[in-house]
Design a protein around this ligand. Structure first.
Ligand SMILES: Cc1cc2nc3c(=O)[nH]c(=O)nc-3n(C[C@H](O)[C@H](O)[C@H](O)COP(=O)(O)OP(=O)(O)OC[C@H]3O[C@@H](n4cnc5c(N)ncnc54)[C@H](O)[C@@H]3O)c2cc1C
Length: 348
C-alpha cells in the first residue's frame, strides 16, 4: 500500500529504493545503472520536456486552452465567468435530486452576462470552506454546455463521509462555492475527429454528457459518438431520457449502450462492468487517431478498460483518460515510452 500511495503521489519511495539497492552486487548495480541511462535517453527523445507538476492534466503538453471567449446574445456581450488563475464565486440557484446519492446543482455566475468560458470536455476546480475549517479543493466536470449563459451545472454523486460531498449535501439556494478553471480534460472541438467512443462508469459520465450535449446541439458537427455507460442501477443512469432521445432521433450520429450492475427484470441492455467482450462487441475497430477513446471513471475501471483496449489492438495514442493520473494506466499498460494522446485533436 505504501508503494501504491507513493506511486500515486508521483514521488519515489527512496527508503525502499535504497534498501533494495543495498541488496545488489556492484555488477548488478552497474547493469541497472546502464539500463536506466538508456531508458532516460529514450524517454527524453519521446516526451516533450515538461515537469509533471506544470499542469493538472498529464496528457497536456501545454496548459489547458483558455479562450476567455466573448459572444453576443440578444445584443449583449457575454463574457467568461471563470479563468484558470483566480477563483470566481458561484451562487447555488437550485438543486434537483436524481437519486438519493446523486444531485444536480445549478450555479449562477457572478454576472448575468457571464458564461463558463470553458471548452467542451474541460473540468474545473471547486473550493469550499469545509467542516474541518480549512479549504478543500476537488475537480468537477460540468454537464452544462460551456456557452450556457444561465448556469454552470454540476452533478455530484455523493461519497459517504466525503468532505466536499457533505458540504454539497447541505447546500441551499443562495449558498456559494468558489470555482476556477479550466484545469484539464479533453478539449473537444467539432469535426476534429471522425469518431468518439466514450467509456463511462457511474458519476464519471459527467464529461461525456457535456460533450454529447455539445455534439448534438451542433448540426454542422459530423463526429460519430458512441457511449458505453456502466451504472450500478437503472435509477442512477444520468439524464437517461435525454440520452435516449438523442439515440432514437439521430441513429446515424450517436449510439448508447447501457450496462447495469443490478439489472431489473426484462432489462434488455448489457449487464456488468465494461469488459473486453463488451468493448469488442461495440467499439468500432478503427485503430487510428481520428477515433478517440475517452475513459471516464475510477482508477480500477481505467486500468481494466485500458488493458482490454490494448489487447484489442487499439493504439495507445487513441486512449485518453480523465483525471490528474490519467496517463498512469496508459504508460503502465502500453509501456513507459508509448505515444500518448494529445488533450485535443487540433493539429499541432
Ligand atoms: C477530473 C475529475 C472530474 C470529476 N468530476 C466529478 C463530477 O462531475 N461529479 C462528481 O460527483 N465527482 C467528480 N469527481 C470526483 C470529485 O472530485 C471528488 O473526488 C468526489 O466528489 C469526492 O470528494 P469528497 O470530498 O466528497 O470525498 P473525500 O473526502 O475526498 O473522500 C473520498 C472517499 O474516500 C473516503 N475516505 C476519505 N478518507 C479516508 C481514509 N482516511 N480512509 C478510508 N477512506 C477514506 C471517503 O469516505 C470517501 O468515500 C471528479 C474528479 C476528477 C479527478
Amino acid at each position: 500500500n505504501v508503494c501504491i500511495l507513493s506511486f500515486r503521489s508521483k514521488s519515489s519511495n527512496n527508503r525502499v529504493l535504497h534498501q533494495e539497492l543495498s541488496k545488489m552486487t556492484v555488477l548488478e548495480k552497474k547493469t541497472l545503472a546502464q539500463s536506466l541511462l538508456e531508458e532516460v535517453a529514450q524517454e527524453s527523445r519521446s516526451f516533450p520536456t515538461k515537469s509533471y507538476d506544470e499542469f493538472d492534466n498529464p496528457f497536456n503538453t501545454r496548459p489547458p486552452s483558455y479562450l476567455g471567449k466573448e459572444f453576443q446574445l440578444h445584443g449583449t456581450t457575454v463574457t467568461s465567468a471563470l479563468n484558470p488563475r483566480s477563483w470566481s464565486t458561484l451562487t447555488l440557484h437550485s438543486r434537483v435530486a436524481i437519486t438519493r446519492r446523486m444531485v444536480s446543482f445549478r450555479f449562477s455566475f457572478p454576472l448575468p452576462t457571464n458564461h463558463s468560458g470553458l471548452i467542451a470536455g474541460q473540468y474545473v476546480s471547486v473550493r469550499i470552506d469545509s467542516r474541518t475549517g480549512k479549504d478543500e479543493m476537488r475537480f468537477f466536470s460540468p454537464v452544462s454546455v460551456p456557452d450556457d449563459p444561465k448556469f454552470l451545472e454540476l452533478v455530484l454523486r455523493f461519497e459517504s463521509h466525503g468532505i466536499v460531498s457533505e458540504y454539497f449535501q447541505n447546500m441551499k439556494p443562495g449558498d456559494t462555492i468558489e470555482c476556477k478553471g479550466p484545469c484539464g480534460g479533453f478539449e473537444y472541438h467539432p469535426n476534429t475527429l471522425d469518431e468518439l467512443t466514450l467509456l463511462a462508469s457511474g458519476g464519471g459520465v459527467t464529461p461525456c454528457l457535456q460533450i454529447i450535449r455539445c455534439i448534438m446541439a451542433d448540426n454542422s458537427d459530423k463526429t460519430k459518438v458512441k457511449l458505453l455507460y456502466y451504472s450500478d442501477t437503472v435509477d442512477e443512469i444520468l439524464s437517461r431520457e435525454e440520452l435516449d432521445g438523442y439515440a432514437d432521433n439521430h441513429l446515424e450520429k450517436i449510439e448508447i449502450v447501457y450496462s447495469l450492475g443490478e439489472a431489473p427484470e426484462k432489462w434488455t441492455g448489457e449487464e456488468g462492468f465494461i469488459d473486453k467482450e463488451m468493448l469488442d462487441k461495440y467499439v468500432t475497430k478503427n485503430r487510428n487517431e481520428k477515433h478517440k477513446i475517452i475513459i471516464c471513471g475510477g482508477p480500477t475501471m481505467s486500468f481494466s478498460c485500458c488493458f482490454a483496449l490494448k489487447s484489442l489492438a487499439f493504439l495507445s495514442q487513441q486512449v485518453f483518460i480523465f483525471g490528474p493520473f490519467g496517463t498512469d494506466p496508459v504508460k503502465r499498460i502500453y509501456g513507459n515510452t508509448c505515444a500518448l494522446s494529445q488533450h485535443d485533436c487540433l493539429a499541432e
